[in-house]
Design a protein around this ligand. Structure first.
Ligand code: TRP
Length: 333
């Protein structure tokens, strides 16, 4: 009966895309029975780089919840909860900030990349720089030992475990468990133009709610090998977005290996591989889109799911917060 606990989440900054599906959602679906699972709608973390647009963060709470439910997250088995409505997460974050240095936060590779990508320069919001401590609070408040995420999140789990070890050392007991990231082998999907990773904020993603027309035109626009001009020409696999997606989504990987060999020899056209990919993506997304459309008619149900999940999360995290406060022997009235 004692299943290990999973905690993961997504910032509520936009609808989820097929990169999330390959990167983390498929793992979250797989572990629904074997693990006790909590999924966090990370609206507080979304504010760390969107404080100028709280409406966007608010609007996308429901959108991300719809994505979760539409791909098959079952609220009977997985609690979907809203970060900003769970007070213990904020309280633990404040405590954890004392167990990490500014220099260490600045060295975190994920933070470094994100600061560069957002062009913050010297004007980094303090909440943004410190969000690894808050993410450590998210993970440990649930006593999660398993964290299924995309590969970009690995340094955050590492930093979480550093904070855990410091707190345990000061407390003199193992009050918090360390956690392990589960990351898919395929790595992160490139965006459709092949220049950057797929991301909610750049227009290079295929949303899980994409229409069939949007899927068709995204596949058409996909970057392949610019020197592969005629079908007979040999083509390159490296950097070829269509093959990256076929690696992630085509169930027949033996056939993909053959197609790659043929493409490299020459004699396989971009049109053929794109047509194959389009069928796979249309089949993947159509049922998700349909279920999402049905669910979005029933906002009341979605709200109820989030409320229940958040209630469970409050109980769980409040208990952990008390244990940490006790273990650190803070004065209590
Ligand atoms: N950092 C994640 C993202 O960018 C969201 C997130 C918040 C998260 N808290 C978490 C992921 C805890 C895993 C565990 O989408």
């Amino acid at each position: 009966m004692n299943r290990p606990t999973i905690l993961t989440g997504d910032r509520t900054t936009g609808p989820l895309h097929i990169g999330h599906y390959a990167g983390s959602l498929s793992n979250r679906l797989r572990y629904q029975d074997s693990h006790e699972q909590f999924l966090l709608l990370a609206d507080s973390q979304a504010l760390t780089d969107n404080a100028h647009d709280p409406q966007k963060v608010r609007r996308n709470v429901i959108e991300v919840a719809l994505d979760y439910l539409a791909v098959g997250i079952d609220p009977g088995r997985t609690a979907i909860c809203l970060q900003s409505q769970i007070p213990a997460l904020a309280e633990l974050s404040m405590l954890y900030l004392n167990f990490v240095t500014v220099a260490r936060l600045e060295r975190n590779p994920t933070i470094k990349d994100e600061i560069r990508a957002r062009g913050f320069g010297r004007d980094i919001p303090a909440g943004f720089l410190c969000y690894p401590a808050a993410q450590a609070a998210d993970i440990t408040a649930f006593k999660a030992t398993v964290v299924p995420v995309g590969e970009d999140q690995a340094p955050l789990i590492e930093q979480t475990n550093e904070i855990v070890r410091r707190i345990n050392a000061v407390a003199g007991c193992l009050v918090l468990p360390e956690a392990r990231a589960i990351i898919p082998k395929a790595g992160r999907l490139p965006g459709i133009h092949g220049k950057a990773k797929m991301s909610k904020s750049s227009r290079n993603a295929i949303a899980l709610s994409a229409s069939s027309e949007q899927i068709r035109s995204a596949v058409r626009a996909m970057f392949t090998d610019p020197n592969h001009l005629r079908v007979e020409d040999p083509g390159r696999i490296e950097g070829n977005v269509v093959f990256a997606y076929l690696d992630a989504f085509d169930p027949d990987q033996d056939e993909i290996a053959e197609l790659k060999a043929q493409y490299q020899r020459g004699g396989l056209g971009d049109g053929t591989i794109k047509a194959r990919l389009e069928v796979i993506l249309q089949d993947l997304i159509a049922p998700i889109r349909e279920r999402r459309a049905q669910l979005s008619e029933d906002r009341g149900y979605v709200l109820e799911v989030i409320k229940e999940g958040t209630e469970r999360a409050r109980e769980r995290t409040e208990a952990t917060k008390r244990e940490v406060v006790n273990a650190l022997d803070l004065f209590q009235l």
